[in-house]
Structure formats: structure tokens, C-alpha cells
Design a protein around this ligand. Structure first.
Ligand code: NAD
Ligand code: UD1
Length: 347
């Protein structure tokens, strides 16, 4: 069976994808420096899968360590999640973001070329459509203007990948642009575990629900949308994970191809809160505050291409996303951090 190297495999989307790959019979090596994740997550992935996999603690900027991984394992494809993702941190510390995201990816690609491994799946983001993008976003729209270094780092990596694919026809590269991943594996054992106060909507809502945070701030209710709050394309993380499995399975494709991974449906911030309250029967205290800089009124995906080419389509409904996000948070109010000192409910 083929061995897949998953960089950033201990993170939120990476861990769910490792689980999906194991479920489809792939062997997996996770390579992660654990700067935004924990070993406990990997332990639980193996528990759910009922299978073991390899884990190497390392940084994608460490050429020697990465090279060793390719020498030690017969890697056939790399799924690359490793990177930093905080928009606000990227504005405060742009060099760190260009170093980790762009420099790290460049390093990984250089090692792959040296070791003659040419299959690559990359975690990109809807953020590359930029500030003034029309909706729904379609893959062949050009990159737009981005408001922050995080977004620019993703667009730069996409450009590097395009150049690389054009430079040598041996490369087979799939770029996946995620919309707004939420939810968790239905076991409630793995999920999103932000180290700081969450900046994204879903973990903020669930942390208010477990009373880790007092109330939700809604960033603006006078947008030109149905209820005045922003609209996004929320997608279940297991749907994303399955999209990666299909991308890995595209044996014969060469060159570079880009796909949106979203549901193709927009849901407003207010609707998310109301739906969460309905599903969980928990009231979410909220206050409306000013707009957050850089927020777009409406973002959602055109998902035609992923359906036609990858035969992929989101399966999970919004209530299911919310139920699963809540199960994870309810069982793990302090995320993975509690695991060493508190008993985890595996029922
Ligand atoms: P995450 O922070 O949970 O996972 C990223 C993982 O990469 C972490 O385990 C971290 O420890 C690891 N990592 C970071 N820098 C590393 C380095 N230099 N070397 C080795 N490992 C390193 O984030 P996530 O939400 O799972 O996102 C995964 C990828 O998807 C990221 O590239 C992110 O930019 C992209 N993405 C995420 C979202 C989202 O909403 N979560 C949306 C679009 C794109
Ligand atoms: C954000 C990032 C984007 C990144 C994505 C995934 C910005 C401007 N964009 O997207 O680059 O790829 O996360 O990490 O930061 N909201 C609230 N209150 C909150 C949190 C969010 O009202 O406490 C609203 C936001 O205004 C937005 C919506 O909820 O309208 C979704 O926000 P979020 O989850 O942060 O995702 P994006 O802004 O779409």
C-alpha cells in the first residue's frame, strides 16, 4: 500500500485527513513540529482508526530531517498542511509567515524534487480570491488583492506551484482551496483546538457554549446581506478530509489543478448562531460590535469543478456540522490540554 507523507498532520484539518487516509487503507507518515498541535491528537487518531502510523516530530524548514524521512520511507505523495494560519498574527509578524509558509513549502518541494517524489496536494484557501471577488468564487478567477500576509503567503505558494508544474512535467499537483472548515469527527475525540482565544466563528461559539468565553461578538450587522451579517460557506472538516483522499487517489494526473472545497451554500453569521442554539438548546449570549477589518460580506464557492473532476461533493448538513463541533467541545472543554490531567470520556 502506498505511503503518504502528511505535513501538519497533527493539526485540525490534517488529523481528520490522516484518519480518512487510514480508513482508505493508506499508510501514513505524519511530519509536524507540534507548534500548534499536540501528540494527544495523534494518539486519538490512531485509537479511532484502530491502526498505527508513523510520526516524525520535525519542521518543514529543516532540510536534513525532511530528507531523512524520504530516505526512511517510500513516500508516494505528500499532502501538505503544515503552516501558520492566523490572519492577525501574520499582520504583526509577516516575516514569520513568509518563513514558515512560503520558505517552508519551498524547502519541502526542493527536497521532494531531490528525492524524485512529484505528487503534491496543497492546503490553500478561499482567501486567495481576494477582497473584491465576485460570488460564487470560481477556480479560474485570478488571485485578488489580499489584506494580509497570511493570504498573500497562500497566493505566493500557488504561484510557486504553477511555476514548478510548468518547469517539469513530472509534477502532479493538486491545489485545494478550502472555504470555512468547521465541525469535528463524530467520535468527539478529535477537533479544532485553538491555543489562544479563537479568531474564527465556530470555535468562538462553542467556547461561549462551554462558558470558557462570556459572549460572542458579532462583527457588524449592516452588511448588504439578507440579515445584515456576513455570509460564509461552512464545510464539515470530514468532507474536506474526503476531498483530500480523492485528490491523493488521482493516480494518472500530471500538471497542476485547483479545486474549491466548499458546499456552494452561504450561511450568515446570525443564522449560524441561531442554528447552533436550535441544535444544542444552549443560548449564546451575543453583542453586535463594529466590522472586523478585512471581512468580506459574502464568500461562497462554486463547486462544479470538484464534482465533475474529483467526483467530490460535500455530504454533511449544517446541523450535522454544528452537532459534531459541539460534541467535540462538550467532551473536551479545554481541548487536548486537559487530556494529561483529566479523564477523557471515550464513550
Ligand atoms: P493547524 O494549525 O491546526 O494545523 C497546522 C499544523 O502544521 C499544526 O499541527 C502545526 O503544528 C503544523 N506546523 C506549522 N508550522 C510547521 C512547520 N514549520 N513545520 C512542521 N509543522 C508545522 O491548521 P489547520 O486549520 O489544520 O490548517 C491546515 C492548513 O490548511 C494550513 O496550511 C492552513 O493555512 C490551511 N487552511 C486552513 C483553513 C481553516 O479555516 N482552518 C482555511 C483555509 C486553509
Ligand atoms: C478567516 C480569515 C481567512 C482564513 C479563515 C480560516 C479574516 C479576515 N479571514 O476567514 O483569511 O482563511 O479565517 O482561518 O480573518 N465572526 C464574528 N465574530 C467572531 C468571529 C467571526 O462575527 O468572533 C464573523 C466574521 O466577521 C466573519 C464570519 O464570522 O464574517 C466568519 O469568520 P471566520 O470564522 O474568522 O472566517 P473568515 O473571516 O471567513
Amino acid at each position: 500500500m502506498r505511503m503518504i507523507l502528511v505535513t501538519g498532520g497533527a493539526g485540525y484539518i490534517g488529523s481528520h485527513t490522516v484518519l480518512a487516509l487510514l480508513g482508505h487503507g493508506y499508510d501514513v507518515v505524519v511530519y509536524d513540529n507540534l507548534c500548534n498541535s499536540s501528540y494527544e491528537c495523534l494518539r486519538r487518531v490512531s485509537l479511532i482508526a484502530g491502526r498505527n502510523f508513523e510520526f516524525i516530530e520535525g519542521d518543514i524548514r529543516d532540510t536534513a530531517k525532511l530528507s531523512q524521512v524520504f530516505d526512511d520511507f517510500e513516500i508516494s505523495c505528500v499532502v501538505h498542511f503544515a503552516g501558520l494560519k492566523s490572519v492577525s498574527e501574520s499582520i504583526e509578524n509577516p516575516l514569520k509567515y513568509y518563513d514558515f509558509n512560503v520558505g517552508g513549502t519551498n524547502n519541502l518541494l526542493a527536497v521532494m524534487r531531490e528525492k524524485e517524489v512529484y505528487r503534491f496536494v496543497f492546503s490553500s484557501s478561499a482567501t486567495v480570491y481576494g477582497e473584491n471577488a465576485a460570488v460564487p468564487c470560481v477556480e479560474d478567477m485570478p488571485h485578488g488583492d489580499m489584506t494580509n500576509p497570511y493570504g498573500r503567503s497562500k497566493a505566493m505558494i500557488e504561484d510557486i506551484l504553477l511555476d514548478l508544474a510548468h518547469s517539469d512535467e513530472k509534477w502532479s499537483i493538486t491545489v485545494l482551496r478550502y472555504f470555512n472548515p468547521i465541525g469535528a469527527h463524530e467520535s468527539g475525540l478529535i477537533g479544532e483546538d485553538p491555543l489562544d482565544v479563537p479568531s474564527n466563528l465556530m470555535p468562538y461559539i462553542t467556547q461561549v457554549a462551554v462558558r470558557r468565553l462570556p459572549h460572542l461578538q458579532i462583527f457588524g450587522n449592516d452588511y448588504e446581506t439578507k440579515d445584515g451579517t456576513c455570509e460564509r460557506d461552512f464545510i464539515h472538516v470530514m468532507d474536506l478530509a474526503n476531498g483530500h483522499v480523492l485528490a491523493v487517489a488521482r493516480e494518472s494526473e500530471f500538471g497542476i489543478d485547483t479545486f474549491n472545497l466548499g458546499t456552494g451554500k452561504a450561511t450568515s453569521v446570525l443564522k449560524m448562531v441561531r442554528e447552533f442554539e436550535r441544535v444544542t438548546q444552549i443560548e449564546i449570549p451575543m453583542v453586535v460590535v463594529g466590522k472586523r477589518q478585512g471581512d468580506l460580506p459574502q464568500v461562497w464557492a462554486d463547486v462544479t469543478k470538484a464534482k465533475e473532476v474529483l467526483d467530490w461533493e460535500a455530504q454533511y448538513s449544517l446541523p450535522k456540522m454544528l452537532e459534531d463541533a459541539w460534541r467535540w467541545q462538550r467532551k473536551n472543554p479545554l481541548g487536548y490540554r486537559a487530556a494529561s490531567s483529566e479523564k477523557v470520556d471515550y464513550s
